[in-house]
Design a binder for this molecule. Structure first.
Ligand code: IMP
Ligand code: MG
Length: 180
């Protein structure tokens, strides 16, 4: 297949183009600009995977908005370990703030499910979740996702911030694991 790439031991095929991603990210920004007009929301971006999505989205926001970063990790290779580690915690006071969590992808939902109670405990005035990708077939922890750019099947994806064992985050578009 044209455009097939190899990362570590696996082959990936082009899946969602840079143009399609930009279109959806701009659409999400427009929605947030409308929903948070006159407010000053604080975005919490979940590293590592969300860095590219968060940076692009942030450029298209015209409202007053702040951003901070936390780092959670649960993946090894192409499988979730089911064990979530907080590598960098929340260092910003979120009490009384309008919070929007930015995630690259909701897969099993475990990562976000573990983090949400920590955020709720600090009593923000509102709490929403915005994601680039959602794999509903894989999601086993119930979660309300408020904003989704793409709903995708349960197949491993790579690029636009998402990695396979550390590699592939620099790809400007999304790729999907090639199945033989
Ligand atoms: P969850 O806890 O199972 O929802 O997994 C969330 C995290 O796993 C995401 O923030 C990603 O970093 C990673 N992840 C889940 N699915 C994929 C994928 O298809 N490709 C790359 N990383 C993924
Ligand atoms: Mg992630």
């Amino acid at each position: 297949m044209p455009g097939t790439i190899k990362v570590h031991d696996k082959e990936f095929v082009p899946y969602i183009s840079q143009e399609e991603i930009t279109y959806k990210v701009k659409e999400l920004a427009a929605q947030l600009n409308a929903d948070y007009a006159g407010k000053r929301p604080l975005f919490i971006s979940v590293l590592n995977g969300s860095f590219m999505f968060s940076a692009d989205l942030f450029k298209y926001l015209t409202i007053d908005a702040e951003i901070c970063f936390i780092k959670l990790a649960s993946y090894k290779g192409t499988k979730s370990t089911g064990h979530v580690i907080t590598a960098i915690g929340l260092d910003t006071d979120i009490t009384g703030r309008d919070i929007i969590i930015l995630e690259d992808i909701i897969d099993t939902g475990k990562t976000i499910n573990q983090f949400l109670p920590q955020v709720r405990n600090q009593q923000p005035s509102s709490l929403k979740v915005a994601v680039l990708l959602h794999k509903p077939e894989a999601t086993v922890f119930p979660i309300d996702i408020d904003y989704v750019c793409f709903t995708i099947p349960n197949k491993f994806v790579l690029g636009y911030g998402l990695d396979y064992d550390g590699l592939g985050r620099n790809l400007g578009q999304l790729y999907q694991l090639k199945l033989d």
